[in-house]
Design a protein around this ligand. Structure first.
Ligand SMILES: [Zn+2]
Ligand SMILES: [Zn+2]
Length: 195
């Protein structure tokens, strides 16, 4: 890697730190609706809201009594309203939550899959992406919510398509998205496109 690329990666890491400082409640690990749903598994108390609707509206269980928190804005709710839905309570308490506003904050819906089919970007300069440095440059606007390192993605053959956190391989053309905290780009590449 040349000096510019090293600087770029350092800058990207810093921007993630800054974003986290601005939104202290944001949880990268709980972007996934399925993971949020799992946190409600040991909820014993009688609940007027179903775990499904809580997870769908951004909430995960904090493990403390029956309180829940939004993965995006960090809002904590300690009680469940009987008359209002989780969406309405969330929206009333935090009208400025980007998730509630419908902005792409990296939420991974329950039925969303990693392999992206039928939406593969046709890149005119696909040959250029055979260069790792070119691939790395494509990650300039890599979304803050993805903790997967652009350097490791570029090293595994991926370039950024510019849509959400969707990347594509420069060789086999395979496209992946919805990167979770522990995902390893090489392993995911081999797992889904074992050619
Ligand atoms: Zn929120
Ligand atoms: Zn490939």
């Amino acid at each position: 890697m040349n000096i510019d690329m090293v600087k770029f990666v350092a800058k990207w890491r810093q921007s993630i730190k800054n974003t986290r400082a601005e939104t202290p409640g944001y949880s990268h690990a709980l972007r996934s609706e399925l993971k949020r749903l799992k946190t409600f598994e040991c909820l014993e108390t009688y609940s007027s809201w179903s775990p499904e609707e809580m997870a769908e509206n951004g909430f995960y269980s904090t493990g403390i009594n029956s309180s829940m928190q939004c993965f995006c804005c960090g809002l904590v709710l300690c009680t469940m309203s009987i008359s209002k839905t989780p969406y309405v309570c969330h929206q009333k308490s935090r009208p400025d939550c980007d998730f509630i506003k419908g902005i792409d904050v990296g939420n991974i819906p329950k039925y969303e899959v990693k392999v992206q089919r039928g939406e593969v970007v046709v890149v005119e300069r696909v040959d250029a992406y055979r260069s790792e440095e070119f691939r790395l440059e494509s990650f300039k606007d890599w979304p803050f919510y993805s903790k997967t390192d652009p350097a490791s993605l570029a090293a595994a053959g991926f370039f950024f398509t510019g849509v959400k956190d969707r990347v594509q391989c420069c060789c086999c053309g395979g496209a992946l998205a919805n990167w979770e905290v522990d995902d390893d780009p090489w392993k995911e590449h081999c797992k889904w496109f074992p050619e």
